[in-house]
Design a protein around this ligand. Structure first.
Ligand SMILES: [Zn+2]
Length: 332
């Protein structure tokens, strides 16, 4: 991901992205429910399991143990194998979405997204709204130092794996979920310069568009950089404010307010790929990592800067917020 200057227009949404003030627009559901938000979070999505931070942490340790995992590398393939194995162990059926990223700064690169679908319930299940929760799993390619991406690439992927366990255990819901593990988010070049970034999410968004599935896709929730011991989610200015509120409101109500409502910044990340095809999206990201963000994209991005507690906090916030998202996309 990358910090953008807040003077940008995007093709699909353009002026609709009014930055100033618009961020105070609340998620009607989340805000209106106020202090009961956390309770309500138990309704439709009532998970039979709660988020297990230690399980997530073990995933993170396993991912980091694979070493640097840049797109197109052997360690990247090993990462996909790990995700596939862990999801299958949950009784799920992950789908590999292989593709070749053409014309990257280092030539054509094989990449592979992986996703698992959790179907909705009922006879109209194949028409139910789809909510996608995603994380990139690649780490940025650095030649000058060893970059293992404990926080950047690792933490959110570990959390998404644990979310898969909890959401699958909760059984079918009124909406369908797709848990999307995204390859190739990072720029190949040192600096973020379009189109050298978001390879996997752009590919997946294009598949949604060409298959027509985009019409059912009502929200995209991105997790990124969620393992920092000092966890506080920014208020990304590209994200849909109502969708941010779906998570921030129950977080505040549950006493986790210090972990949300961080700085307002325009952050370029995988959610832009979904915004570009008209899918409401939010980036749940803590883009303040170490003094002056100095641990980001540095050899300092290691396990000791992260904590199981933070993985637990973000897991709890996501699980508390998804029922609000469900109500919104169902028009309730
Ligand atoms: Zn990064």
């Amino acid at each position: 991901m990358q910090l953008h200057k807040p003077v940008i227009s995007r093709p699909a949404r353009g002026a609709a992205l009014a930055f100033a003030g618009a961020l105070l627009v609340s998620c009607a559901d989340g805000a209106a429910r106020g202090s009961s938000g956390a309770q309500n979070a138990k309704s439709e999505s009532s998970a039979t399991e709660s988020f297990d931070a230690q399980r997530a942490w073990k995933h993170l340790e396993a991912l980091v143990a694979l070493g640097p995992r840049p797109a197109g590398s052997g360690a990247s393939a090993a990462t996909v194998d790990y995700l596939d194995k862990e999801l299958r162990a949950l009784g799920l059926a992950p789908v590999r979405e292989s593709f070749v990223a053409r014309g990257t700064p280092i030539g054509d690169l094989p990449m592979c997204n992986l996703y698992v679908d959790l179907p909705a319930k009922g006879p109209q299940a194949d028409k139910a709204p789809l909510v996608i929760v995603g994380s990139h799993f690649d780490t940025k390619r650095f030649d000058q130092f060893r970059f293992v991406g404990a926080n950047d690439g690792g933490s959110s992927t570990a959390v998404l794996l644990e979310l898969a366990r909890v959401l699958a255990a909760g059984g079918p819901r009124s909406v369908a979920y797709r848990l999307l593990f995204i390859d190739g988010e990072e720029a190949i070049r040192a600096h973020w310069q379009d189109p050298d970034n978001r390879y996997g999410s752009r590919h997946h968004a294009e598949q949604l568009r060409t298959s027509g599935l985009v019409a059912r896709t009502k929200a995209f929730v991105l997790l990124d950089l969620v393992g920092d011991k000092d966890l506080r989610l920014e208020r990304d200015q590209y994200s849909d404010a109502w969708l941010y509120e779906c998570f921030a409101a129950p977080a505040r109500a549950a006493g986790l307010g210090k972990h949300v409502d961080g700085r307002r910044e325009p952050i370029a990340d995988d959610h832009l790929s979904f915004l570009e095809i008209g899918v409401p999206s939010v980036d749940l990201i803590d883009f303040s990592y170490g003094p002056g963000n100095s641990w980001w994209h540095s050899p300092e991005d290691t396990l000791d800067k992260c904590s199981p507690q933070s993985l637990g906090v973000i897991g709890t916030i996501v699980l508390a917020g998804l029922p609000n998202v469900e109500r919104r996309v169902l028009g309730k």
